[in-house]
Every structure is written in C-alpha cells, then in structure tokens.
Design a binder for this molecule. Sequence first.
Ligand code: AMP
Length: 116
Amino acid sequence: LNNEITIFEKILAGEIPSTIVYENEHVVAFKDIIPKAPVHVLVIPRKKSRNLTEIAGVPETEIGHFLKGVALTATALGLDDSGYRVVINNGRDGQQSVEYLHAHILGGRPLKWPPG
Ligand code: AMP
C-alpha cells in the first residue's frame, strides 16, 4: 500500500493554498485548480481513504457523512435548482490522479453524457 502524503493532505493541513468553499466536521470542499466546468469543486473526507475501494473498510456513518458533505457543499454553492454532477474517479481506468478519496462536483452549465 502506498502511504505517500498527497496534495490534498497538504491542503487539509493548510500547507498549500486552496479556495475552500464549504467545510464541516467531516468534509472539506475546495475549488479544483483546473476547472472543467464553471463550477468545479472537490469534496474530501477529513479522515483519509485512498479511493472508493478502501471505503469498504470504513464505518457506514463516516461514509454517510462524506456523501452528505457532498450534498451540503452543492447546496452551499447554490446548485440545487440547476442541478449538477458528482464524479468519483477510481483507480487507473477511472483516471484517478490523486490518491486521496475525493468527489468532484461539476455544474454551472448543462453537462454532456456519457463522459469520456
Ligand atoms: P482525479 O483525476 O479524480 O484524481 O482528480 C484530481 C483533481 O485534483 C484534478 O481535477 C486536479 O485538477 C485537481 N487538483 C490537483 N492539484 C490541486 C490543487 N492543488 N488544488 C486544487 N485542485 C487540485
């Protein structure tokens, strides 16, 4: 298992700058530096999992707090009326590039389907 410190842990620790748009006891949400839509925010759990596969070992309440954090972030961003998309890239074929579980919230324009 790869135990490398990721860029998202550095963002959580305040060691590198980010634009935080929502946070609570369980999650932190910040703007993606290379936005793929007018609104592009990443939501991460304060407690690290490396990817979606790993959450099989995480208590359901924590997983619930993560998903709820995604919903609360979208509400805070004012996206509820227009709608939005939530994406979790997992592993190589999913093109996950940061090994710290994160959900992308994409919105602010009509999104195409299917992706990639
Ligand atoms: P993924 O490809 O699903 O692992 O997504 C990783 C995302 O993190 C990409 O959309 C990157 O643009 C974004 N990203 C990388 N470094 C930073 C950073 N320092 N601050 C904000 N977003 C970042």
